[in-house]
Design a protein around this ligand. Structure first.
Ligand SMILES: Nc1ncnc2c1ncn2[C@@H]1O[C@H](COP(=O)(O)OP(=O)(O)OP(=O)(O)O)[C@@H](O)[C@H]1O
Ligand SMILES: [Mg+2]
Length: 247
């Protein structure tokens, strides 16, 4: 059974239909990258997956159960799905360690000490163990994002959704964050859905790539197929534009 299955999901804001019938599945442990032009609906799709937005129509199944069913315990579902945002969304008044333990303690009702130990383990995993008592304001963007990843991991989620986690970073910070994500992709068994403009990451790390254009998944496939022999003209154009921008 797929861990996540998205069926005919649409999302409108007023008159404007932003998602126009999205269908895809994600298997347990799979790393899926979502690429596409600005405004194509990538963030809206992630926000729907995580129920930060409610789809207008369609279904989202998590381990076979429709999370949009009014009887489904949506709050339980949310605990299993982590999110890492472009703008970090850390609590600025809390230390690095407290940022990581507040969710497990307040939301999951886990003991503080156990949560701290788990948080320290994950902060070590992202190379931030020397900053336990630092406040976010004193950290670089790359360090903040690594804390945000450790915070998501401390919730012990089944899947983490990443929305352009490196787009707000200075170029010299991008590599550190991508290295952490690559390590997670290759060694943690975590299911990851990553909206990204980092084509090398999408190509080298993901199991599957979805290309979004104007509210639909225009094409999806294995990275080795999609990047070298795209079937759709608009995928080709997007990739060409990206290659031009790079050079
Ligand atoms: N809350 C909202 N209310 C109205 N329109 C919205 C809302 N959120 C998103 N939109 C619109 O939906 C469209 C898709 O936005 P979305 O943020 O999902 O695109 P995106 O693919 O993530 O783009 P980018 O690459 O720039 O992040 C945009 O035209 C945006 O203006
Ligand atoms: Mg976006």
């Amino acid at each position: 059974m797929s861990i996540i299955e998205v069926k005919d999901v649409t999302k409108s804001f007023g008159e404007r239909q932003v998602l126009k019938g999205i269908n895809f599945t994600v298997e347990e442990g799979e790393v899926v990258s979502i690429i596409g032009t600005s405004g194509s609906g990538k963030s809206t799709l992630l926000r729907c997956l995580n129920l930060l937005e409610t789809p207008t129509t369609g279904q989202i199944f998590y381990k076979g159960q429709n999370v949009l069913d009014p009887n489904y315990a949506a709050n339980e579902y949310r605990k299993h799905i982590g999110m890492v945002f472009q703008q970090f969304n850390l609590f600025n008044n809390l230390t690095v360690l407290e940022n990581c333990t507040v969710g497990p303690v307040k939301v999951m009702h886990r003991p503080l000490e156990e949560s701290q130990q788990l948080a320290i383990k994950h902060l070590e995993q992202v190379g931030m163990q020397d900053f336990l008592n630092a406040k976010p304001a004193t950290l670089s963007g790359g360090q903040k994002q690594r804390v945000a990843i450790a915070r998501a991991l401390t919730m012990q989620p089944d899947a983490i959704l990443f929305d352009e986690p490196t787009s707000a970073l200075d170029p010299e910070m991008v590599g550190d964050v991508l290295a952490v994500m690559k390590d997670l992709a290759e060694h943690s068994g975590l299911t990851m859905i990553v909206v990204t403009h980092e084509m090398e990451f999408a190509r080298d790390v993901s199991d599957r790539v979805l290309f979004m254009d104007q509210g639909v998944i225009a094409e999806q496939g294995k990275p080795e197929d999609l990047f070298t022999q795209p079937k759709e003209e608009r995928t080709r154009q997007f990739l060409e534009r990206y290659l031009l921008d790079k050079n």
